[in-house]
Design a protein around this ligand. Sequence first.
Ligand code: COI
Length: 357
Amino acid sequence: MEIRIINVAPEAQKPKPADESTLGFGKRMTDHMFIMHYKSEKGWYDPSIIPYGPLSLDPATMCLHYGQEIFEGMKAYRGKDDNIYLFRPMENIKRMNISAERLCMPLVDPDFFMDALKKLVLLEKDWIPHGEGTSLYIRPTMISSEVALGVHPSNSFIFFIILGPVGAYYPEGFSPTKIYVSDKYVRACPGGVGNCKAAGNYAASLYASSEAEEMGYTQVLWLDAIHRKYIEEVGTSNIFAVLDGVLTTPPLAGSILPGITRDSVLCLAKSWGVPVEERQVAIDELIESQKRGTLKEVFASGTAAVISPVGLIHYKGTEYAINGGRVGSLTEQLYNEILQIQYGNKEDPFGWRLKIS
Ligand code: COI
């Protein structure tokens, strides 16, 4: 399929952010977007890069009612050499197709997806910020577009990719965050769609996150839905703890998102000889270890947040400081290493980086 390109005239383009230190996350979008449409009898058609702008949807469009919607989160990085890099983009593309299958949505040919992504990012190259820790966030999204109110898988879809320059995801930046353990609400349950990037997972998380935020916490630490016992994820990221010298994270057992940063953390730590374990960790074990002094570090990992240190955990009315509220050494080492690889400053032993210009 040939991608049609309709350029925004130079004089109509939006001004680029003047001060990259105030970018925040997800507040600005670039000038263009990629879009294509799907009908079950026709497949994907009309792929185009067009001026960024609103979608016009009939109020009875199914995605507005039943949440048949999935997305991905990726980033493009500008190296010091001014080269542009993507980080393990095929992993996101594969994950989007896994989400699509689970949500009864059509797959996108991975090579075509990559081609569309590269064309769009390169067209918007000047939007990629310069400072380390800044990047161009990439949001591929698929929504159901059939106009109907009966509950059934849609027969038409829209796939689009939008981009926006970003800085740190959390206002804390790389400073330790404060986490609230929710034993009342859950994010996902076995057999559900917790391992997919389905929009509804995020809607389901909002109530607990708002409560946590109102109490002064950055994010929620989710427990498993059945026992309310085992740690699962933190906010929109995967969770890691250094317990008795072992870098430990919950296994991918269906309700946890298979994070690409999570996988990168595991690969790097193993390659450094750090003992690594994927196993269930009870919140009580975490708290007991903190009391005994054998819990040394806790951090979250994700595309948006990269590596985000946890400095404090609130559980059942008590606050527990992790590592005296300071960033742990492995947390910092992982953060630096991932960033150096992403920005092209370091050797890339796993072949994760894709230079696109
Ligand atoms: C990401 O880490 O890219 C995410 O998608 C998290 C969030 C912004 C939804």
